[in-house]
Design a protein around this ligand. Structure first.
Ligand code: ADP
Ligand code: MG
Ligand code: ZN
Length: 493
């Protein structure tokens, strides 16, 4: 009985579209000259314009327009010859004008695409639009929950109000949480390559809302979508989407409907909960901002911006893969962790490309993660890494000892060279044949039984003897040499 029900249960497919906000790292705000840098005392980086005083007039920040066009070009969008700013009217205490200046029916960039790298190859995801808008201020809800419900009182800081944002909206082309994560990672890599934002998901300079719906496999009509907010890492984006897919599957299988609503991802409890329900389309009474002229970028300027685009992540991956023989996922890891520069410098300093890439993506990234720092900021000069790899290559260090040396280089803040550490600590691998022969003979005598098994043709039994020699030398013996010596003595070919 149970098996039949499971077999008959409808199989669903997820449909996902992402809305990504990118806070631009322009020096000043979107419509005034206030500074955008982080960390000023509350409400000190404000003026009449960003506080919405009557009679104040906004002026468009040309740098922000330039960033929007460059992102649009990187995503193969059409750049609108004339786009318009609209007022999006709603009340919220962190928004002093009671409207947000945004773009509506004619955004600056339209109809592009992003090729998302996946294990099985790239998948093209449509970009509906990229538009410009301004950020809101920040409310601080004081009380145990930190959220507005149950707060004793709230404070508001307008330093962020008016900081330029780009909103990049995807078509509902994504199908799984892995694809959504890969999309966001690639978009972030592009934004970083363009150097238009520091794009930190954890700190909110890049923010992602996920729209998720389900439909029976094979259907073409979309189901009702739910929008999820508040994911502040790639990992929580993946988890929130998976949680939402499971929640909607349960609803549909038990004969309920999905309600169109906005849900909040709760990182501590790893669940989504209702934030607000959208019975109908929000009515923001958009209308063109009469204080702002349409944005009409000069075609020559657009051409210059196109010519000046940097090498984008996909091209970089292809180039490094071809030039150094690296696997594309490894190049992607280097790129995502901001390690491409160090990689190329260490190769120039003499490190083999595959070795350099392995050290960077495994040990170095692992060390940074354990320290809670960004891998791109590890204190590791390229020459040190190349030298370390050389010491492994010429047999001075086993890979185990080399990891120990790397830790010490990093802990010294990059001050000590690997060779100095090896000398100072007597870490060099024991490759003195005479000394090793003596220890090998001793081990053969002590481990008589294992030695006899090897002589009798059980080649695997040699492992126990190698292990004993390694122990006797505190791991400093050169394992290849030990193996060789044991084989000679036990006459294994
Ligand atoms: P809104 O501001 O109302 O959320 P937007 O146009 O800014 O509207 O964003 C809508 C997002 O939802 C887009 O990323 C779009 O791809 C996605 N989307 C639209 N319909 C669906 C659906 N049925 N299921 C999943 N995602 C959807
Ligand atoms: Mg939305
Ligand atoms: Zn201002």
């Amino acid at each position: 009985m149970t098996t039949t029900t499971v077999e008959q249960a409808t199989r669903y497919e997820a449909v996902i579209g992402l809305e990504v906000h990118v806070e631009l790292s322009t020096r000043t705000k979107m419509f005034c000259g206030c500074a955008t840098d982080f960390g000023g005392d509350p409400n000190t980086r404000t003026c009449e314009v960003c506080l919405g005083h009557p009679g104040s007039l906004p002026v468009v920040n040309a740098g922000a327009v330039e960033s929007a066009i460059r992102l649009g070009l990187a995503l193969d969008c059409e750049i609108s010859p004339s786009s318009q700013f609209h007022r999006k009217n709603y009340f919220y205490p962190d928004m002093p004008k009671n409207y947000q200046i945004s773009q509506y029916d004619v955004p600056i960039c339209l109809r592009g695409h992003l090729d998302v790298p996946l294990d099985e190859g790239a998948r093209r995801i449509g970009i509906t639009r990229v538009h410009m808008e301004e950020d809101t201020g920040k409310s601080l809800h004081v009380g145990t929950s930190g959220r507005i419900r149950g707060a004793e009182y709230s404070l508001v800081d307008y330093n962020r109000a008016g900081i330029p944002l780009l909103e990049c909206v995807s078509e509902p082309d994504l199908r799984t949480s892995e694809e959504a994560r890969a999309y966001l990672a690639e978009l972030r890599a592009i934004v970083l390559a363009l150097a238009i934002s520091d794009a930190k998901l954890e700190e909110g300079s890049m923010r992602c809302d996920a729209n998720v719906s389900l439909r029976p496999v094979g259907h073409t009509v979309f189901g009702t979508r739910v929008e999820i907010k508040n994911m502040n890492s790639l990992r929580s984006l993946g988890r929130a989407i998976d949680h939402e897919i499971a929640r909607q599957t349960d609803l549909l299988r038990s004969g309920h409907e999905v309600m169109q609503e906005t849900r909040h991802w709760d990182e501590d409890r790893q669940v989504t909960s209702t934030l607000r329900t959208k019975e109908a389309v929000d009515d923001y009474r958009y209308f063109p901002d009469p204080d702002l002229l349409p944005v009409r970028p000069d075609p020559g300027w657009i051409d210059r911006l196109r010519d000046g685009l940097p090498e984008l992540p996909a091209a970089l991956r292809a180039r490094l893969a071809e030039r150094y023989g690296l696997a594309p996922p490894q190049v992607a890891t280097l790129n995502r962790n901001g390690l491409v520069g160090l990689f190329e410098a260490a190769v120039k300093a003499g490190g083999g490309p595959v070795d350099v890439a392995n050290w960077l993506t495994n040990e170095v990234t692992g060390w940074a993660t354990a320290q809670g720092i960004d891998p791109s900021t590890v204190p590791l000069p390229a020459a040190h890494l190349a030298q370390l790899i050389g010491l492994v290559g010429d047999g001075t260090l086993s890979s185990k000892l080399a990891r120990q040396v790397l830790d010490e280089v990093l802990e010294s803040g990059g001050a000590s060279m690997p060779k100095q550490i090896v000398e100072a600590r007597g870490l060099a691998q024991m490759s003195d044949a005479g000394e090793l022969e003596r220890i090998v003979d001793q081990v053969i005598t002590e481990q008589d039984e294992a030695a006899q098994r090897v002589r009798d043709g059980n080649a695997k039994a040699i492992g126990a003897l190698v292990g004993a020699v390694m122990r006797a030398t505190q791991g400093k013996a050169n394992p290849q040499m030990v193996n060789q010596l044991l084989r000679e003595r036990l006459t294994v070919s």
